[in-house]
Structure formats: structure tokens, C-alpha cells
Design a protein around this ligand. Structure first.
Ligand code: AGP
Length: 607
């Protein structure tokens, strides 16, 4: 939930640390800090607020050491403030620590450390680590960090540096991501490879319990017993511009515009000789055919992608499918058997609840497929098979292109299951695949003219609340539309299957109340139109997403946003795009930061 960076080498550390933190700001942005381990000893600078505030302070200081660590925070223990910002230091000020995760037994450790004479400066869980390392330090930082981590329970990605060992950074992790890379002018560590790709494309995604010692001469890796290990190096060929806005005013708009590319990349190479294949799943047709039940686990937007998949899997493959919010799944008593396929969907691949649900499912004997956007992420590592969505790094906190990547990947999975079960003939699969591929061009068309979307946004911007409705595939789409609107514009929004309106939500409607409906031509079109009439009769302001050429719909709506005609099962792919743009337009009109909405962070690594 926080971002950490570190550098040691021949160049000044501060510029890399600030730039790296800026790239990791999506992980948290309530305070930031750096510790430089230079000739003058350890210098720590921390500021409340975004990385820009820290950068401003650092600019006016003489921080010229060539080794340092940095942190950008999303508060868990202790309110956002300078004193709670990382790095945290030991009593003697010689050891500095940055941490991403949660130390569950921090209260007990803090009491013991205070009894032993340690003085605490902050309200954070992290500070105990600095004092534990101080207690264990006998002249070898690696060994002291290993000893300290034996006493902590919880999740952590850690980088530690000590004044007595200039140029040395020790890093380790458990359930929080850490990557390490060696460039021409030094060694780098970060929570996310996006911070280091400019310097090296050969990345080590550290494993749980592994330690690394970074010095200007290179990086050495050790297991939890201190034995040297040879890590696996992953070569990354992403475009480094992913971390830049590329001429767009914000990351959200840039990422919305990347969606046609995401669809094409996700489909590339999947149709081989008229046969759909997803090799990464590593399951034969016979094994897939044995699946009797599918359970999808996810949170937030990823959960909405799961709702879409449920309809596709049940319709095409006729396999009973449930979708569970991961935070509920882990405390429920779900029916999981060895013939259940569990599909875990997570953009970041590090959502704590989704990971816990994966572990529970595996204990119950299920095979787990992960669908994630992050190479080497915990979801990827802990699943039996993984499909990487081809969204590339998503920086805006609100998911857009990763949602489309997930929906397209899950659509392929549904088709694969139908193929394995013999429920779809190969000519049907080929035709469906062709239509799926055409959605890339259709999304391009939607992006080429946003006039109607912008007009609808102006009409709805001052509302206190809004309802999103749809039926069938439109219902799943409207849930995502409502989430987008509330998370970036702070305008309260709810989504309902349109048929549910009469069972309660219609009471909300009075003059001018916005109702945003997915009313595309398809099996439930007439039903949705009836629901629109009911809402309109009570004064609702109606915005509809409708099928190009549908002139009749204008009689039932105040604003019509047309999208190209698509197979009804692909409506979530195309219709969610205008809803993303609608949410963004309203957020901007209301003066909100669309990339970094308040109280949120990109990945939720705490329960
Ligand atoms: C959606 O815009 C949010 N970023 C959030 O709901 C997100 O989808 C959720 O936290 C799940 O994250 P994950 O996909 O990384 O597991």
C-alpha cells in the first residue's frame, strides 16, 4: 500500500529516489520521505503530502550521498503527518527503515522495546523494525535485519540502511512486493519495477523470505538462513513511457485510450489453427473437461470483471459459476472441491484479501488460476496457472484498461471452457473470436468523439447522487460505471439490475435525479426501456448508452451516448468505455484529482 525505493552506486541518490517515488505515488500519497546514507552520516527528510512537497524541500538541501532509501505512504497506523512519514530511524539515528505492509504484532514488540529503553517517535507499526534492527546490530546489517524479521509477524517489503555501513542497503520481503535490479551505475530496489526500468530491464522479483544486499559493486541474494542464492532474472521489455503521461493531461485518460491496444495484445496468438489456446494455464482439454464448478474471487473493479465472466461461463460452457468478493470468501464457508476451478482476478496481484482467498482455496484442494497484470506478483506466484492481462502498468488509481484486459481474458477463458466441454463448435468459437477482436476498433470509434459524453457530464455534475441501471450484461457493466463515478468524483452512485428499481431504489428518484442506463439493442432492450419510462415518469434525468442507429431511444432519454453495435456478450467491453469517460469528465468538472482520488491507493495490501 506504500511505495519504497532505494539506490546505491556512483551517482547522487536523491534524484533517483524522488523520481522513483513520483512513479510509485499511485501506491500512496499522504506523506513521503528519503534517507541519504552519505559522508556526513544519515540525513532524513520527510514531508506530509505528496512527493512534490518532498521534492521541493530536497531541492533546497545539500543531499549529495550516493546511497539512499525513500518511501511514499498510504497511512495505516498513525495519521498522515511528518512524524509518521517514513523513513523511521533507530534511537541513535544511525539506522533508517522504509516499509510497505503491516506489522501485526507491533504493539507487543513496541512494549517490549520500550521496556528495554527504546524511545519511539511515531505512532506507526514500522518504527518497531528500526529499533529491532538496532537491538540486533553487531556490525553486520544483513544479519541484524534477518534477526529482526524473525520477530515480526505480518506483511513487509523492507529496505534498511545504516550509517556504519555506507553504501549498503538490505532488502527483504514477505507478502509485499520488492524488485531489485543492477544497472550500469548502481543497484536499485523498488516496490514496483516501473521505478527502475529506466536503469535496467533485468529485474529480480524477490521471493518471500529472500534477502538482498545492495552495494555499489552489485547485489547479492540470500535465503532466510543467510545462505547465498542465485535469483531468477526476468527481462522486461515494456515501454518505459508507461510511467509518463505521453501528452495526455492525466494517466486516467491515457490509460482509457490504450484500451484498443490492450484488447489486441490480449487476443494476440490465442487462435491457433482454428483452435483457441491459453497455454499458460497448463491444463489439458481432458482436465478442463473435469471442471464441475467455477468460483471467481476478486475485489472492486476486478470483482465486476468476475460478474461479467460468470454470465459468459454459465451461458457458453454451462458450468455453475459463483463470484465472491475476496474479503467475504475468506470468512465464508464456500463449497470448494477438487473439481472446482478457482479464478482469482487482481490487477495488482497483491490485494491482501484475494491472496488470502487463494490460499484458502488451495488448502481446500482447488486448482487456482490467476488473472493479473503484474509479472511475478504474489497472485501469479501462488496460482497454479496465470493469464497476464496485457494492460501494462496502470498508474491511475481508478482501473480502466486493466478492467478491459480482465474482461477480455475472462472471455477467452469462458470460450476455452466451452470448447473443452464440447459446448461450442469450432466455427462458433472462431466467429465469436472475430467479433471479440472487432471490439478494439469499436472502442477506437467511441474514443474518437466524446461530445455526447461531455454534455451528459455537464448535465449531471451537480447531482448529489446517481443511479446506474442495466440488465443482463448491462447490469454487470453498470456496477463498474457506478464505482468509477464515486471513486473519482465523490458523487454518490449506486448500480442496480434495472428490474430491481421497483423494489426500492425508485423511491430515490425525484426531479432531475440522474439515472444512467445501459440500453443497447439486445435481448433485454425492451425491458430496460420500460424501466427508463418508469424512472422518467418520476422526473429522472436519463442518460443512456445506446446502440448506434437507435433513434427510438431518444424519446426516453435526455442524453444519448451511442456506441457501435456489438454482440450482446461484449457489451461490458464497449459500454464501459463511455462510462469511464463520463466519470472522468464529471470528476474534472468537480475539481477532483482523477489520478489520485482521496483516501485510496492503487493496491490494497492490507486486510
Ligand atoms: C477500481 O478502480 C479500484 N482501483 C479498486 O476497486 C480495485 O479494482 C480493487 O482494489 C482490486 O484491486 P486488484 O485488481 O489490484 O486486486
Amino acid at each position: 500500500m506504500c511505495g519504497i525505493v532505494g539506490y546505491t552506486g556512483s551517482l547522487a541518490a536523491a534524484p533517483f529516489l524522488i523520481e522513483g517515488l513520483r512513479k510509485l505515488e499511485y501506491r500512496g500519497y499522504d506523506s513521503a520521505g528519503v534517507a541519504i546514507n552519505g559522508e556526513g552520516g544519515l540525513q532524513v527528510v520527510r514531508r506530509k503530502g505528496k512527493v512534490a512537497a518532498l521534492a521541493q524541500s530536497v531541492k533546497s538541501m545539500d543531499l549529495n550521498g550516493t546511497c539512499g532509501i525513500g518511501h511514499t505512504r498510504w497511512a495505516t497506523h498513525g495519521k498522515p503527518s511528518e512524524v509518521n512519514a517514513h523513513p523511521h530511524t533507530s534511537c541513535d539515528g544511525k539506522i533508517a527503515v522504509v516499509h510497505n505492509g503491516i506489522i501485526e504484532n507491533f504493539a507487543e514488540l513496541r512494549e517490549k522495546l520500550e521496556d528495554a529503553g527504546h524511545t519511539f517517535a511515531s505512532a506507526t507499526d514500522t518504527e518497531v523494525i528500526a529499533h529491532l534492527v538496532e537491538e540486533a546490530y553487531m556490525g553486520d546489517l544483513l544479519s541484524a535485519v534477518r534477526t529482526a524479521t524473525e520477530r515480526i509477524h505480518g506483511a513487509y517489503g523492507l529496505a534498511v540502511t545504516c550509517e556504519n555501513e555506507p553504501g549498503v542497503i538490505i532488502v527483504t520481503r514477505k507478502d509485499s512486493p520488492i524488485v531489485v535490479g543492477q544497472g550500469e551505475t548502481g543497484a536499485y530496489v523498488a516496490s514496483d519495477m516501473i521505478a527502475v526500468l529506466e536503469y535496467t530491464r533485468d529485474i529480480v522479483v524477490m521471493a518471500d523470505g529472500q534477502f538482498a544486499k545492495l552495494t555499489p559493486a552489485g547485489v547479492e541474494f540470500f535465503d532466510m538462513y543467510g545462505k547465498p542464492v542465485q535469483p531468477e532474472i526476468t527481462h522486461i521489455d515494456w515501454d518505459v513511457d508507461t510511467a509518463e503521461k505521453g501528452g495526455y493531461p492525466d494517466f486516467m485518460l491515457k490509460e482509457i485510450h490504450e484500451q484498443p491496444r490492450v484488447i489486441r495484445d490480449t487476443l494476440a496468438g490465442r487462435m491457433v489453427g482454428g483452435h483457441l489456446s491459453i497455454d499458460e494455464l497448463d491444463m489439458t482439454t481432458e482436465e478442463l473437461n473435469l471442471i464441475e464448478r467455477v468460483t471467481i474471487i476478486a475485489c472492486g473493479t476486478s470483482y465486476h470483471a468476475g460478474l461479467v465472466a460468470q454470465k459468459l461461463i454459465e451461458h457458453w460452457a454451462r458450468i455453475p459459476t459463483t463470484v465472491s468478493v475476496a474479503s467475504e470468501f475468506r470468512y465464508d464457508d464456500p463449497i470448494i472441491t477438487p473439481t472446482t476451478l478457482v479464478v482469482a482476478v487482481s490487477q495488482s496481484g497483491e490485494t491482501a484479501d484475494t491472496l488470502a482467498a487463494i490460499r484458502d482455496a488451495r488448502v481446500k484442494g482447488a486448482k487456482v488460476f490467476g488473472i493479473t497484470n503484474v509479472i511475478g506478483s504474489p497472485v501469479a506466484r501462488e496460482s497454479d496457472g496465470v493469464i497476464y492481462t496485457k494492460a501494462n502498468k496502470e498508474i491511475a488509481v481508478a482501473s480502466t484498461k486493466s478492467f478491459l484486459g480482465q474482461v477480455v481474458s475472462l472471455t477467452l477463458l469462458a470460450m476455452l471452457l466451452a470448447q473443452a466441454k464440447g459446448r461450442m463448435r469450432s466455427n462458433e468459437i472462431r466467429a465469436l473470436f472475430r467479433q471479440l477482436a472487432e471490439t478494439a476498433q469499436q472502442v477506437e470509434e467511441i474514443l474518437s468523439d466524446t461530445t455526447a459524453i461531455d454534455e451528459a457530464a455537464v448535465a449531471c455534475k451537480d447531482a448529489a447522487s446517481a443511479l446506474f441501471i442495466g440488465r443482463g450484461m448491462g447490469a454487470a457493466t453498470s456496477y463498474e460505471g457506478a464505482l468509477k463515478l464515486k471513486e473519482i468524483s465523490y458523487l454518490h452512485a449506486e448500480a442496480y439490475a434495472a428490474g430491481e428499481m421497483k423494489h426500492g431504489p425508485i423511491a430515490l428518484i425525484s426531479d432531475g435525479f440522474p439515472v444512467i442506463a445501459i440500453a443497447t439493442k439486445g435481448p433485454v432492450y425492451d425491458k430496460v426501456v420500460s424501466n427508463l419510462q418508469e424512472a422518467r415518469a418520476r422526473g429522472a434525468k436519463i442518460v443512456v448508452v445506446a446502440t448506434e442507429g437507435d433513434e427510438d431511444i431518444k424519446a426516453h432519454a435526455d442524453h444519448v451516448i451511442y456506441i457501435p453495435k456489438v454482440n450482446d456478450y461484449f457489451i461490458p467491453i464497449t459500454a464501459s468505455v463511455p462510462l469511464q469517460l463520463f466519470a472522468r469528465a464529471i470528476a474534472l468538472l468537480r475539481g477532483c484529482d482523477v489520478d489520485q482520488p482521496r483516501n485510496l491507493a492503487k493496491s490494497v495490501t492490507v486486510e
